[in-house]
Design a protein around this ligand. Structure first.
Ligand SMILES: *Cc1c(COP(=O)(O)O)cnc(C)c1O
Ligand code: SF4
Length: 335
């Protein structure tokens, strides 16, 4: 083990922040000065409950029930409407599971479901019905490691979840130390929304861990709207970059959140200003409860054309959709 930080009996500041996340929709609305009558279909008892950090709530516009950040986290009763074609395993993850939380769908890459926990609950999440309790990598990490050791064509381990950065530095340190012993692994990719909703999570201990690894670390954050890009997020990205990480963003195209060219252009510009390259813009996965975020494919194509016309090529994210059973993410043009 690399020495990370002195053993703490006290939880770190970010862990305390996480413990103080908001779970009651009425509390969130009160904080934003929005009276509940302005959100008539609020669902205070959703089985996929509200979860949002106070920091992220602070990026929302007070008094605006249609705020694009609020829309991503606020449980609404219309999520309970059944919509044809929207199910509980939209991307075929259950078929690809090798057991113990390891997904091997695409050549050269294996994805680890490290934890079910997230710092925020996004209403459109494609894993909102995922059976985390049965499929966490860490439940039987040794067995997963052995399996990974046997996949000798895999050069990249993707830490996903839930959100891997909800794990303590010590746990992440053990995970990366073990992964490093697998000789065919060259890269460690971390898919996370935590820096976006809790930039304080990017601690110096985390950066030391990344810096010390023999694996090239790639961090893919998840920002959907330019209002999510703050000086604090910029600081966190600078720290990760200084530690040697390569930084990308993936977003999801969401109706009434970012389904217009100006917003998407501002998003790309805001990301590159903090050193993050737009990687993917995902079409919504057809997950039950999220149909009201769906953007029609022809509108998505028109948006893509607008971005291509108005942005440098490297600021145009690849628009993809996940097709169960496909050998990679599927570019929109081929959908
Ligand atoms: C999205 C995904 C990947 C990564 O795909 P890239 O196109 O390399 O970003 C790998 N494994 C699984 C299971 C995925 O869903
Ligand atoms: S942070 Fe990612 S995994 Fe967690 S709820 Fe949001 S989209 Fe889903």
């Amino acid at each position: 083990m690399i020495p990370l930080s002195p053993t703490r009996l006290e939880p770190a500041q970010w862990q305390r922040d996480l413990a103080e996340a908001i779970h009651d929709p009425r509390e969130l609305l009160a904080l934003l000065g929005i009276t509940p009558d302005r959100v008539p279909d609020l669902d205070p008892d959703s089985p996929f409950p509200l979860r949002v950090t106070r920091y992220f709530a602070g990026l929302m516009r007070p008094g605006d029930p249609n705020d694009p950040l609020l829309a991503q986290v606020l449980p609404r009763r219309l999520e309970k409407t059944e919509v044809a074609g929207f199910g509980t395993d939209p991307v075929g993850d259950l078929d690809a599971l090798l057991g113990s939380g390891l997904l091997h769908k695409y050549e050269g890459r294996a994805l680890a479901v490290t934890t079910g926990a997230c710092a925020v609950h996004c209403r459109y999440c494609f894993r909102r019905h995922f059976p985390y309790a049965e499929q966490s990598l860490l439940r039987d990490w040794q067995a997963s490691l052995d399996r990974l050791r046997g996949l000798d064509q895999v050069s990249e381990l993707i830490l996903s979840g839930g959100d891997p950065l909800t794990l303590a530095d010590k746990r992440l340190g053990e995970l990366t130390e073990d992964a490093q012993t697998i000789s065919h692994l060259r890269r460690l990719r971390i898919h996370t929304r935590v820096p976006v909703v809790l930039p304080a999570r990017v601690t110096s201990a985390l950066c030391r861990l990344i810096d010390a690894s023999r694996l090239q670390v790639v961090v893919v954050i998840h920002v959907n709207h330019p209002n999510e890009v703050s000086p604090e997020l910029g600081g966190a990205m600078a720290a990760l970059r200084d530690a040697g990480a390569i930084l990308f963003n993936q977003a999801v195209l969401l109706k009434s959140v970012n389904d217009d060219a100006d917003t998407l252009i501002r998003l790309s510009e805001a990301l590159i200003a903090i050193g993050v390259v737009p990687y993917y813009l995902h079409l919504l996965d057809a997950v039950a409860g999220a149909a009201h975020f769906d953007v029609p494919v022809d509108q998505a194509i028109a948006l893509m054309e607008a971005l291509q016309a108005r942005l440098p090529g490297y600021l145009v994210p690849r628009m993809v959709r996940e097709v169960a059973g496909a050998q990679s993410k599927t570019p929109l043009a081929a959908c």
